[in-house]
Design a protein around this ligand. Structure first.
Ligand code: FAD
Length: 330
């Protein structure tokens, strides 16, 4: 009997985790390689003293049947809940967005704290090289944000077509700063703990994680706009955090703070997207997927939780079809 094909997936965000789960179901030997200390990627949650704050995705919405099916199951398993909105609900994960990815990744082999520096190819296999670690696969999937994925491919010994260079090189992402502030006293933000209108210039969203019911303490996540984050990107972190705090005080009036922290996302949201849910390199069994790879008829046109999930599912189906086709034509 033929050995199961080995698929290496770079990136344990939503796209990588969904692709991994699907390929595992189809009988492949799958491994995720993740540079951070946990899976989740931009589904990010931080513990601060006794509190918990989301500092990546705030909530998610559903337009596709596939995600709707997952949502029904997650609701049943108590992994998520509806935050607000009747016609177009906003969902959040119980105990923070990162927990949802952790739950989906359960049972999938993951190598954490391993940043792939380059990929090498020979006639039949691909190898990831990370510090002193080398891993060998029959096929690979790269789900890092496109500019990072392109940097990785350029540092690798792979053959890329001019069309791949052109397609990948044009995609840029905008950065996002998120300030995390622990308040001395509870405070209500809007009706449900979210304000995204009437905010001071530069501020995109203000979220109270206590009202979101993921934090035992009043912890605010202050999301800055892409434009503001771009302008402040290269300044000292202390100066940037102080400015976000000044804007927060201007927004809310004087509030007493216990602590403050800063999160800087270099690649938060794609400015340019693909109109295809994944990309395959012509010369290698290597695919790219992630939130910037949208279906041609995507109803939103934006990178988001749903686009990452759908991209992961589509690329998994294609990798499976690739190997099944291979067997049939042998
Ligand atoms: C601040 C912020 C707010 C957001 N708010 C919302 C929202 O409210 N609603 C919504 O729908 N979406 C939101 N999003 C977008 C959403 O979070 C993303 O679209 C989605 O999580 C992306 O998933 P992904 O798997 O494509 O990429 P990622 O989550 O970025 O996963 C890629 C993974 O690859 C890893 N990686 C990269 N390079 C390497 C390497 N060389 N070796 C090993 N590992 C590597 C990274 O560490 C990361 O874990 C937000 C994003 C941010 C940053």
């Amino acid at each position: 009997m033929e050995q199961p094909k080995r698929i290496g997936i770079i990136g344990g965000g939503l796209a990588g985790t969904f692709a991994a789960r699907q390929l595992q179901v189809e009988g492949y030997e799958v491994e995720i390689i993740e540079k951070s200390q946990s899976v989740g990627g931009r589904m990010a949650t931080r513990r601060i003293d006794q509190g918990t704050a989301d500092h990546g995705a705030v909530f998610f919405t559903v337009r596709t049947d596939e995600l709707a099916q997952e949502v029904d199951e997650w609701l049943e398993r108590g992994l998520i809940r509806k935050w607000f909105g009747d016609d177009f609900p906003r969902y959040i994960a119980i105990n923070g967005m990162n927990q949802l990815v952790q739950s989906i990744a359960r049972g999938i082999p993951v190598h954490l704290n391993e940043q792939v520096g380059r990929i090498e190819a020979d006639a039949t296999t691909l190898r990831t090289i990370a510090d002193s670690q080398t891993r060998v696969y029959d096929a690979m999937l790269v789900t890092a944000p496109v500019p990072q994925a392109y940097d990785l491919l350029q540092a690798s010994r792979l053959t890329l077509d001019a069309t791949d260079h052109a397609a990948l090189g044009r995609v840029t992402f905008e950065p996002t700063f998120v300030g995390l502030f622990e308040l001395k006293e509870p405070l209500e933000i809007g009706e449900v703990g979210l304000a995204d209108e009437g905010l001071v210039p530069g501020m995109l969203k203000l979220v109270n994680n206590a009202e979101k019911e993921i934090s035992a303490t009043p912890l605010l996540s202050v999301y800055m706009t892409g434009e503001w984050s771009e302008a402040w990107y290269d300044k000292e972190e202390a100066e940037t955090l102080a400015e976000i705090e000044r804007l927060l005080q201007a927004q809310l009036g004087p509030v007493e703070l216990i602590s403050r922290q800063l999160k800087r996302w270099r690649y938060a949201q794609a400015r340019d997207v693909f109109n295809t849910p994944f990309l395959k390199l012509n010369h290698h069994p290597l695919w790219l997927a992630g939130d910037a790879f949208l279906e041609a008829d995507d109803a939103s046109g934006r990178t988001r939780v749903e686009s990452a999930v759908i991209s992961g599912l589509r690329v998994a189906a294609t990798i499976d079809a690739h190997f099944k086709q291979h067997v049939l034509t042998k």
